[in-house]
Design a protein. Structure first.
Length: 477
């Protein structure tokens, strides 16, 4: 393995070895410390697509596994981290190049979303990206990317005009609506199965105004009222410029709900968030000078120094007649499973209800679609589940609780469908929130999976990225 490190270094590519300070520093740049516990033999940090291509070509001469790291926010071990293999960091692919003629921006995968946003300072434009500034660009994009701006512009991936991609054979290609269109579509929700993206050309959007946002904090006993407000907000969706995330958290010392609110303007019009405002809460909402300032503020909720497991489920929204009974079942299941592991050192369980209203899915289709291909005639809620905790000795216990949590959640959704309380509709998983044990490709539509599989075989016929990367959701026959 040392040979690949030496070969790349001899070729002029930046290499960090285990004794270097840069190596040690890079391993602290993970959301989950479990990922940072994995020690690659060395870290390669190419600074151009040509250098990335050289890395891929040289990897064909050895048998080692490798992983690609952008921001390090994905907590699944092996996805952006690796033990004893080659870690390829995109940190030097950090460009933000704005084109005022067509209002596009070339964004490097090594950036965080706050860095990408800051790179557009002074242009009066913004990009559809992460809701917390510290999340990395690269992996977020390939999973689709949910944004505060999604009800205006769809998934982040729907706003990509061009992917610059290094393929398994080391060639550099572009994927657009007209050039390699099969690859273009497959990268929008297809993960790391097709190549290494070295640049995203994104459509920017006007934002030369102040924005409003922050948090409401509620006590846990307000859950029924909050879930009613979530159901109504998602169903009626009062304003495409508005967005929320509703997160319930439980530990030995915490039992509360944090509501993230956003409005793409200096202040929300009367009526937009009224149902949430009417429930007793404490508030940190305010008008922010820039969207960047709000993203930076939200970094407060990216708690580092802990181990993380994350999982997801997708539920159709119950209609007004059914009400919130299914949502309350999901919440009680979360409380039950979390309650069973509260003795784990430092554990915090959370469940987030993320609205996916009809307008979101329609905007995604209007901008060219994606692999998820969520119907626009049905509102959904994307549920994010996670545990943070302190010690590796508890990994197996928290893994079991994570599986119990997402499997039980899926069973509850199906039970409500079987009982006629929810419609029996297509329910893909959201890759960015998924646990490594979940069957992402088993939940994608047969048509989307067939397209992705055909694309994978066309651009990576030998299955290089299937067999040589250390993590990701494998795309198999």
């Amino acid at each position: 393995m040392a040979d690949i490190c030496a070969t790349l270094e001899a070729g002029g590519i930046e290499i960090e070895n285990r004794i270097s300070l840069a190596y040690q520093s890079d391993l602290t740049e993970y959301w989950s410390t479990a990922c940072g516990d994995l020690k690659p033999t060395c870290i390669a940090a190419p600074s151009s697509a040509a250098e990335m291509a050289q890395v891929i070509k040289n990897l064909h001469d050895v048998e080692t596994l490798f992983a690609i790291k952008s921001g390090g926010h994905n907590p699944n071990n092996g996805f952006a981290s690796i033990q004893d293999g080659l870690l390829v960091s995109t940190k030097n692919l950090d460009q933000v190049d704005y084109n005022p003629e067509d209002h596009t921006a070339v964004i490097g995968p090594g950036l965080s979303w706050e860095e990408a946003q800051q790179g557009l300072a002074g242009t009066g434009r913004t990009i559809v990206g992460g809701r917390m500034g510290g999340v990395g660009v690269g992996g977020y994009m390939l999973g689709g990317g949910m944004s505060f701006l999604s009800t205006q512009y769809g998934w982040a991936a729907n706003n990509i005009k061009d992917f610059e991609v290094v393929l398994a054979n080391g060639s550099i290609v572009h994927a657009t609506e007209t050039e390699n269109p099969d690859l273009f579509m497959s990268l929008k929700g297809g993960g790391n199965n097709f190549g290494v993206v070295t640049a995203y050309t994104m459509q920017t959007h006007p934002q030369d105004h102040k924005v409003w946002g922050g948090n409401y904090v509620y006590t846990a006993d307000k859950a029924p009222e909050i879930l009613t407000a979530v159901r109504n907000f998602t169903d009626e969706y009062p304003d495409d410029k508005a967005a929320i995330i509703v997160t319930f958290e439980r530990s030995l010392v915490l039992d509360l709900c944090i509501l993230f609110l956003f409005y793409d303007g200096p202040e929300p019009p009367s009526g937009v968030f009224d149902e949430f405002t009417a429930i007793e809460h404490t508030s940190t909402t305010k008008t922010w000078d820039t969207y960047y300032d709000l993203l930076n503020h939200n970094n407060f909720f990216i708690l580092k120094g802990q181990r993380y497991n994350i999982a997801t489920e997708t539920t159709p929204l119950p209609n007004k007649t059914v009400g919130t009974a299914p949502l309350e079942e999901y919440y009680e299941h979360f409380r039950d499973v979390t309650g069973s592991v509260l003795e784990v050192a430092g554990i915090l369980g959370s469940i987030a209800f993320q609205p996916l209203p009809k307008t979101f899915s329609q905007k995604a289709k209007d901008r060219g679609g994606d692999l998820l291909d969520i119907p626009s005639d049905q509102p959904y809620i994307v549920i994010e589940l996670d545990f943070s905790y302190g010690l590796s000795v508890d990994d197996s216990k928290v893994d079991a609780a994570t599986v119990e949590l997402y499997q039980g959640m899926g069973n509850l959704v199906q039970k409500n469908i079987d009982e006629g309380l929810l419609p029996d509709v297509y329910r893909p998983l959201f890759m960015n929130d998924a646990y490594y044990r979940q069957d992402y490709w088993g939940r994608i539509s047969p048509e989307s999976k067939a397209l992705a599989l055909k694309t994978r075989k066309a651009y990576d016929p030998d299955g290089f990225f299937q067999t040589r990367t250390s993590g990701g959701w494998r795309l198999k026959d």
